[in-house]
Ligand binder design. Sequence first.
Ligand code: FCB
Length: 460
Amino acid sequence: MYNFPKGFFFGAATSGVQSEGSKNQINKSIWNHWFQIEPEKFIDEIGPEIVCDTYNKFKEDVSLMKEVNFNSFRTSIQWARLIKDFETGEVCEDAVRFYSEYIDELIKNGIEPIINLYHFDMPIYLQDKYGGFENKKVVQLFVLFAQKAFELFGDRVKYWTTFNEPIVPVEGGYLYNFHYPNKKDPKLAVQVAYNIILAHSKVVNLYKELGFTKQIGVILNLTPSYPRSQNEKDLSAAYMADLFFNRSFLDPMLKGEFPKDLCEVLKEHNLSPEIEKTELEEIKKSKVDFLGVNYYVPRRVKAKEIKDEKFENPEYYFDYYINPEGRFNPYRDNNEIHPVALYDIAKNIQENYNNIPWYLAEIGIAMDLESEGSISEDGFIDDTFRTELMREHFIQIHKAIEEGSSCFGIHQWTFIDCWSWMNSFKRRYGFYRLDLVTGKRIKKKHSIWFAEVAKKNYFK
Ligand code: FCB
């Protein structure tokens, strides 16, 4: 029997852009813009305008959450929806109404909202005018937006997060070309990463300075790097991958300082960002109350075979490889399935990051429509494949908790199949299927298993 601590969070996560739709949104994000100029880049040319239409359907959706016995739920406030004038921080009244009613509806139904402030959604106005997080001016404007959100909803929201996967806009927008502005520029990437860390720290400090006493944290995608062998070169490749992809954000955000090795490596390649001393003090001072962790797949690395001429991205230091003994998800690009990674993440937090309270903020198993199949006679979609894998992942979390890890919840990605950026709706993750034609939500079988676990706080 796998028992979880009392009050353990069970729920799901989504984000503003991926679920709300752009109805009544005066300002738009880079996603609306990118889709407008290059719709062919998005699978089936589906953009973010309608998606789950949560803007209109949030009441109905909260009642669906109750059917799965959620006691908590994460979404994000869209900067481009809440703020009417980015420079002055003037808010949009309809957005205040919407978020207010949405948050109240959750609370009224016994569902603790976890509200995130940035989920890849730079307002296009700020990207165009200042280059988004390339520019420290935008750091300042992000703090203003956060302040408005705290003032408006801080009386009710007990769990805030600053950023979801802050490294992803850096990778997508400045290294690997899967987010707007689609640049490939490692120097700029480092500056953007640094500016985001600064923005995060300033917002955490502001929250405390304003006298709020609930919790503020950040959500990081922590993908453990496993070396091909114990050979020194493979080990060093894994070390570098971990340094770039995990410790780059973990250390400053949790320990208040950047890993020395990372600073040296960046300097060697002439990639160091512009830093002011007072900013480093701000970063040092900021203490998060909790950490959210997103996990999907492990990172398998080996020593670099052919040296790159110059540093274009972190793969300068390693090559990827496919684990010959791995298990793979046939429904999603053969992603490796490795539940033990969750235990390893928990141990890392426990041993190297002071066992800070954390929760699994995203875990998901992607399937496409075909593999999930159509509605069966009992009215459900049969995604038992998902349940078996989730169960294995949950067991690893349970094991870590037994060994003292301070994990306080599990949120699955996602609640209703949502829009997944360039992949639009190709990969389905939800407890409910979204019918793109009718907008109907159709329950998947996995939600029955999850509802039982959430209700009992254990599974067998
Ligand atoms: C994560 C993102 C989330 C979603 C899932 C599938 O990396 O946080 O927005 O797209 O992947």
